[in-house]
Ligand binder design. Structure first.
Ligand SMILES: C[S@@+](CC[C@H](N)C(=O)[O-])C[C@H]1O[C@@H](n2cnc3c(N)ncnc32)[C@H](O)[C@@H]1O
Length: 228
């Protein structure tokens, strides 16, 4: 089994009676943090972090929420990209993951990262001026996607972007657990967002930035077509 396959199985094969499932309803159950962190920190994961940051054109001063931040693979470099006065909110439902990210940030001398313990249906961000809400391999784990995306949109600036990197079902052997992009497009359209940018960075994942059709958006003016 490939590494990514193993990570997928880690996400879903833990008995649902354990971990997070009991008090808050059902979403994909997951394995305890220390095992999960080891899997996410595996150097063989294909993340293309620098390329993702470059495509998103993150700039100093921006406010970014890395939702489902896990071990912080994106949180730390994104915090550096928006430093010194931008803030990176690392959001997760698992406090142990957040403690790991905070320790990693401290070790790396990153001081513009804040951790946020989210709820299952709401990232619970402390601000409402987010430029980018970023979901890498997370949205498929959330049970109530429409509710979660709706809650997330409330924290965004009018021209803020919701960025989703996930897999179409036919692109993976564990096909049932992934999300097809047309479904994500539909949920985003329901809250007034359209796929403003699509980046062909990954062979096996889609990478889409959704935005409201907001007239003054610099990105819309710069990238009037869907493909970038
Ligand atoms: C597959 S990992 C991806 C981590 C990270 N984005 C990466 O790609 O390295 C999914 C992460 O999402 C978190 N998660 C799952 N459901 C969540 C929810 N409803 N809200 C926020 N985080 C969630 C998990 O705790 C886990 O850390």
């Amino acid at each position: 089994m490939t590494y990514l396959g193993k990570l997928g199985v880690l996400c879903v094969l833990v008995p649902l009676g354990s971990g997070f499932s009991s008090a808050f309803g059902w979403q994909l159950a997951q394995t305890p943090a220390e095992k999960y962190i080891a899997a996410m920190d595996n150097p063989h994961r294909v993340l293309k972090v620098d390329e993702v940051i470059a495509k998103l054109e993150l700039k100093p001063g921006e406010i970014v929420a890395d939702i489902g931040s896990g071990s912080g693979a994106f949180s730390i470099p994104m915090a550096k990209a928006i430093a010194p006065n931008g803030i990176l909110y690392a959001v997760d439902i698992d406090q142990a993951m957040l403690d790991h990210v905070a320790a990693r940030a401290k070790e790396a001398g990153v001081s513009n990262l804040r951790t946020v313990l989210g709820e299952y249906d709401d990232p619970k961000l402390p601000v409402k001026n987010v430029d980018v809400a970023f979901f890498h391999r997370v949205l498929h784990m959330i049970e109530h996607r429409q509710i979660y995306l709706n809650a997330t949109a409330k924290y965004l600036k009018p021209d803020g972007r919701v960025v989703v990197i996930d897999k179409n079902r036919e692109q993976s052997p564990n096909s049932w657990m992934w999300l097809n992009q047309p479904d994500v497009d539909t949920w985003m359209a329901a809250i007034g967002f359209y796929p403003a940018q699509q980046f062909p960075v990954f062979d096996d994942k889609y990478f889409v930035a959704y935005q409201r059709p907001y007239g003054n958006s610099v990105l819309l003016k710069k990238h009037p077509t869907k493909q970038n």
